[in-house]
Ligand binder design. Structure first.
Ligand SMILES: [Zn+2]
Length: 278
């Protein structure tokens, strides 16, 4: 449990982007250019590939008694095989072993977005994650990353990290201010998602100039979050310094393993890439 971080509150961030029933969508302030705040609004969709069995998943575990988990403000019920939860989630292993019949309170997570929770439970059964494809699904995947951090599932954290990087790389996007605020407020310390997102924001700040402008200039939204100080501001300054010293390296490209954690999982094999590969 040492890796567990403070409880998450995905819902709070979701409220920035989701419309209440009958109300117009509340969109966070847009920052300039191609941050991922600027994509068109579309209905929330999740595309999950047909189930597969990732390495380390025992099909034998998908049997026996079920554990009932509840997520989100509506306490949506997700029934999951107890042995599967224990097999794949370090958070639930001791909980369900030491407390065979835990109270509903221990298995209820009102602060976890039910969409992210849905992605999580499908992943438990071997579904491949499709990755974010738009403004809304990006939020669900960041919430899934926070969930994986809370439940101490290193493999899921690494998978989501790869998908988020791929989305930003292929869409040529960088993190807007409100994404940074969300991730910094729901993770702690030297978190690699923090590091990745703040570096994309710093990268954009350094390379993007308005017509006729000679020096980089912060967007109003970035100015607002940096003015608040704290770890986000420190991370942004450090990312700018790192980009200055490494010649503006684009962190959206390069080996996935750079942003992985491998305390419990095996380190990725290094595969030499061709020059044309990002
Ligand atoms: Zn790796």
């Amino acid at each position: 449990m040492s890796k567990q971080q403070k409880p998450v509150g995905c819902l709070a961030a979701s409220n920035n982007v989701m419309a209440a029933p009958g109300n117009p969508v509340v969109r966070p302030g847009l920052s300039r250019g191609n941050s991922d705040s600027g994509v068109p609004q579309v209905a929330v969709q999740h595309v999950i590939a047909p189930p597969s069995t990732p390495p380390g998943t025992s099909t034998r575990a998908h049997e026996g008694p079920l554990t009932e988990l509840r997520a989100g403000q509506t306490a949506k019920v997700f029934k999951v095989h107890t042995e599967t939860l224990k097999d794949r989630c370090p958070y639930f292993q001791p909980l369900l072993t030491n407390t065979p019949r835990p109270s509903a309170d221990l298995l209820t997570f009102p602060d976890l977005d039910e969409f992210a929770f849905g992605l999580f439970t499908r992943w438990l059964y071997g579904s491949m994650l499709a990755g974010p494809s738009d403004f809304h699904s990006m939020q669900h995947y960041l919430c899934l990353y926070v969930l994986a951090t809370r439940f101490a599932i290193e493999r899921l954290k690494n998978e989501v990290m790869d998908l988020v990087r791929a989305y930003y790389r292929t869409s040529n996007m960088t993190a807007p201010a409100y994404r940074l605020e969300y991730v910094y407020s729901h993770t702690a310390g030297g978190n690699v998602m923090r590091q990745f997102l703040v570096t994309t924001a710093a990268y954009r700040f350094l390379i993007e100039k308005e017509p006729g402008q000679r020096e980089p200039r912060l967007s109003d939204a970035m100015r607002g979050v940096i003015a608040k100080g704290g770890e986000l501001a420190v991370g942004f300054v450090e990312a700018c310094a790192t980009l200055h010293t490494n010649g503006l390296e684009d962190v959206r490209r390069g080996p996935d393993c750079r942003f992985h954690e491998h305390v419990e999982t095996k380190r990725c094999k290094v595969v030499p890439s061709e020059a044309y590969q990002g």
